[in-house]
Design a protein around this ligand. Structure first.
Ligand code: PMP
Length: 317
């Protein structure tokens, strides 16, 4: 789908996956004017029906991001319809139940030509898909994180709270250095006090201490994860206490359990954290009891194994 700055997207069409042509002076290539979303479709046990998870939340997040990035955005209906149409056209690529999911990547970008720094004059919204397995090579085994002390992902007043492409450019270096040293990913601290947890390169972070779950509150430097929000609701519906507040690195090191949440990582247990050369381990090579419970409740819902009392899933057949 295409539209002009200040305009509305007209309805799009399905196209075979392939290269797209853009001007070398496209806004997205020169000034990073791009936003994306990450979603997953799961095949239900019956082998036929396919479930989307809270697609209108992704549509809303893209619309908030578009406002920050001076871009027009598709309406919630246009976004959801485009996702549904793309998934249905690629139904055969949705893996069988329990064998992975179809990853969905909606992308909004300034494709109009612009030389001086300014919002692009024309925009493209597209959706593409790919079957995926687990995000971390560890699968659902615990991952090992290093607390980053040199690089930051986001600064106050910046774009860390929206899913713009430049945020991911900022983490490439930190993440590749950490991976080369054998860590699964990087955990960022706030860039002022260097004391409060922010998030991991592509997921949110939670700690559990004495059965109380805590996660950094959403501020402009943290992406408001849809899995994070869903886990907070699931935990509360299970009678667990959840606090959204500033969480310090000292609390992280003292936690009983640590886990990450995101569309790609789902709920991933953290097995160890390395901070200033010191390594702290959690659990015994598997999920802690709280994160395991939350993982089971959430994934059963996403895969259609339990009744969706939350009304979060959208059925496609
Ligand atoms: N933080 C960052 C930086 C991310 O890229 C993601 C993945 N979208 C998340 C958190 C988790 O968000 P969600 O649960 O909506 O996938």
């Amino acid at each position: 789908m295409k539209c002009n700055l200040g305009g509305e997207f007209s309805n799009g069409e399905l196209q075979r996956f392939g290269n797209i042509e853009v001007s070398p002076s496209a806004g997205v290539l020169n000034y990073g004017q791009g936003l994306f979303e990450g979603m997953k479709a799961y095949r239900k046990q019956d082998g036929k029906n396919i479930l989307l998870f809270r697609p209108e939340e992704n549509a809303t997040r893209m619309r908030c991001g578009a406002e920050r990035m001076c871009m027009p955005a598709p309406t919630i209906d246009q976004f959801v319809e485009a996702v549904k149409a793309t998934v249905l056209a690629n139904k055969r690529w949705v893996p069988p139940p329990g064998k992975g999911s179809l990853y969905i990547r909606p992308l909004l970008m300034g494709t109009g030509a612009v030389l001086g720094l300014a919002p692009a004059p024309e925009y493209t919204f597209l959706v593409y898909v790919s079957p995926v397995g687990n995000y971390f090579k560890e699968g659902v085994s615990p991952i090992n994180l290093i607390v980053e002390s040199e690089f930051h992902r986001a600064t106050p007043g910046g774009t860390g709270g929206v899913k713009t492409i430049g945020n991911y450019a900022a983490v490439l270096k930190a993440q590749s250095v950490a991976k080369a040293k054998g860590y699964s990913d990087v955990l960022y601290l706030d860039c002022i006090y260097k004391r409060y947890l922010e998030e991991v390169s592509s997921c949110n972070i939670f700690i559990v201490k004495d059965n109380v779950i805590s996660t950094p509150e959403i501020r402009g430097t943290i992406l408001p994860g849809i899995t994070r929000k869903s886990i907070v609701d699931v935990a509360r519906s299970q009678g667990l206490k959840v606090e959204e507040r500033n969480v310090t690195v000292d609390e992280l090191l003292e936690a009983d359990e640590v886990f990450c949440t995101g569309t790609a990582v789902v709920v991933s247990p953290v097995g160890s954290i390395t901070y200033k050369g010191k390594r702290v381990s959690y659990g015994e090579g598997s999920f802690g009891p709280v994160s395991e419970k939350l993982y089971t409740v959430l994934t059963s819902l996403q895969m259609g194994l339990t009744e969706d009392n939350m009304k979060w899933t959208v059925n496609l057949s």
